[in-house]
Design a binder for this molecule. Sequence first.
Ligand code: NAD
Ligand code: DAU
Length: 342
Amino acid sequence: MKNILVTGGAGFIGSNFVRRMTEKYPDYNIIVLDKLTYAGNLDNLLPVHDAPNYTFERGDIAHRATVERVIAEHQIDTVVNFAAESHVDRSILAPDAFIHTDVVGLYILLDVARHTGVERVHHVSTDEVYGSIEEGFFREGDPLEPNSPYAASKAGAEMMLRAYQVTYGLHTSVTRGSNTFGPYQYPEKIAPFFITEAIDDRPLPLYGDGMQVRDWLYVDDHCDAIDVALHQAAPGAIYNVGGEHELHNIEVTRFILQALDKPESLIRYVEDRPGHDRRYALTNDKIRAELGWTPQHTFESAMADTVRWYQANEWWWRKIKTGEYLEFYKAQYAQRLAEASE
Ligand code: NAD
Ligand code: DAU
């Protein structure tokens, strides 16, 4: 492993991964390929801007000629795919981009990889591919029953990855991470959205009864698991990556409000997300046993650090919350908030 292509490296988790890899592995060359959609942000990569082993390429993973050029020019031997449309609510409003990037984009990456001698493709997937579970925990062999267009696009990607592994012998691996939080997360996902809205004393729109359950994973732990899997996973291996910390959405919201010393009266119960998955939960048994990975951060300390990061880095998020962001905000929340109860 020498020349690693990190697709989607200007996004939230991808940029955390790039910062980690450039520092930890000075002998690797890290090449980022990112389209810079609304979610891609070069500010996320400022800390590595001058690193000698980092290069940025702007481009679409679904554009074959671009992928062929970047893989050839940089003699890529390893691909780690973070590139995706990643927000469930946007997939409900407009699924097209999700099919383009999450399914067609991964297919192009796989196909170019197999024709150019790339040794390994690691794909960053999600626990949402399983669907919702009332009790117990999802295991890697469980059927995929995705419920949102986003989750379906991620499940479709995994199916294509499997086909390239089985049919063409491409060395692939997959990690299915749970709800990830930390610095540099685009403020549309619940944690950074609620933190930044609460800082400005604005209402927090909690969907439905607020009793949905998510498993919370700190971004450093998520990137650590991808690093370990990238180096150790056998061909075709799939690993769950959970934070081992389940919480109801109302509990996450209260934690954020307390950390900011803001009142619970900011909470508004609004109309639910259509097809809203009630609970995500997965077991880490396999990755623990086979790769020795476990989460190192507690939710309490990592979320407290995250809240402090957003307080200290208004320069980063205030300029995001303009233009396209406000259009999405209006489409998503204006009517719901107008009808909401405290
Ligand atoms: P993000 O939305 O913050 O970043 C996505 C990045 O991909 C952006 O930089 C964007 O510009 C880029 N991108 C989008 N379309 C592209 C295209 N066609 N070509 C090249 N680049 C493109 O996402 P994230 O939260 O960092 O998630 C990263 C990956 O991890 C995604 O695959 C997501 O499905 C997965 N995941 C996320 C979470 C989570 O909680 N955030 C949990 C599990 C898995
Ligand atoms: O589980 C992993 C997934 O986690 C990733 O694959 C996705 O990329 C990531 O976006 C995330 O998906 P969720 O839909 O779980 O995350 P989100 O932050 O959008 O919502 C978390 C929960 O909070 C969910 O139950 C919906 C609820 N929510 C969200 C928003 C944005 C609200 O109640 N109000 C909100 O305004």
